[in-house]
Design a protein around this ligand. Structure first.
Ligand code: SPD
Length: 277
């Protein structure tokens, strides 16, 4: 293999590699090791602690699917909270929705946002929108301190190790329930159904124990382990698998549409067995 390659060790026995044209940025922040690489197959890529977070080539799948399923389920998503998501991709999608009055993004690591604004402008394109509030603080504390504040909460976290571990706990889901308004719902990225089986089963159990509606859906993200990726929704009232998705007029997306929304809830048997549904 000629040239410079980036390799993510996805599990102790599985690796994903791609050829790199150039390392554009590298630093150790107070929280993690942060890098931006220019890769041949996916263009610019953000990695944290050696794990791919997003790439210009495939980010639209993940960012549209972590936002639009919930945004198209809630009839009036006026106040939205994003926890994590410091690259700004989820914020960009949320602010495409004309009924969103305020989107608060709570990112623990200020450097993620600063570096993404510099190197990934297509993803970090909405930070200057007047409806955006950006806070650099702990999302776990933020939800505890904001009861009944949000219609939709999006948990766009890193993997459940290090700073993000607490975002995958039953206690946190109870606090998310409290932070939602009466008809609110949340969605979290919940990892690979191939490589994180026990985790997904546990999240489904925990979220079902807190919310009357709990659903898992899927999307294909080529640069994430296994490609197939899960998202879990906890909802106080609206069932994202049963609603007629409402996409506002004039919003453009590259992956998400109402048919994809419905299809994303069709789970293969092995995933159904994992979550026992
Ligand atoms: N295995 C990496 C999973 C990362 C999920 N979150 C990425 C954040 C992109 N906004």
């Amino acid at each position: 293999m000629k040239g410079l390659w980036f390799t993510e060790l996805q599990t102790p026995v599985v690796a994903f590699s791609c050829r790199v044209r150039q390392t554009l940025h590298w630093e150790r922040t107070p929280y993690q090791e942060l890098a931006v690489l220019d890769t041949e197959p996916f263009g610019r890529m953000l990695t944290l602690d050696g794990v791919i977070q997003t790439t210009v080539g495939d980010e639209f799948v993940y960012h549209e699917m972590i936002t639009w399923v919930a945004l198209s389920t809630h009839p009036r998503p006026r106040r939205v909270l994003i926890i994590g998501g410091g690259d700004g991709g989820a914020l960009r999608e949320v602010l495409k929705h004309p009924e969103v009055e305020n989107a608060t993004l709570v990112e623990i690591d200020r450097r993620v946002t600063e570096v993404c604004r510099q190197y990934l402008p297509e993803i970090a394109s909405a930070f200057d929108d007047p409806r955006a509030t950006v806070l650099f603080e702990d999302g776990i504390v933020h939800v505890q301190e904001h009861p009944a504040a949000y219609d939709v909460i999006i948990i766009d976290s890193t993997d459940p190790v290090g700073p993000a571990e607490g975002l995958f706990s039953a206690d946190f889901y109870r606090n998310v329930y409290q932070a939602l308004r009466e008809e609110g719902l949340f969605v979290a990225q919940t990892e690979s159904p191939f490589f994180n089986r026990e985790l997904l089963a546990r999240i489904y159990r925990d979220v079902s124990g807190v919310f009357p509606v709990c659903r898992v859906y899927l999307a294909s993200v080529p640069t994430y382990p296994g490609g197939l990726w899960t998202f879990t929704v906890g909802s106080k009232r609206f069932d994202p698998a049963a609603v007629e998705p409402r996409m506002p007029q004039g919003v453009t997306t590259r992956y998400y549409n109402p048919a994809v929304h419905r299809a994303a809830f069709a789970l293969p048997n092995f995933v159904r067995e994992l979550i026992g549904s």
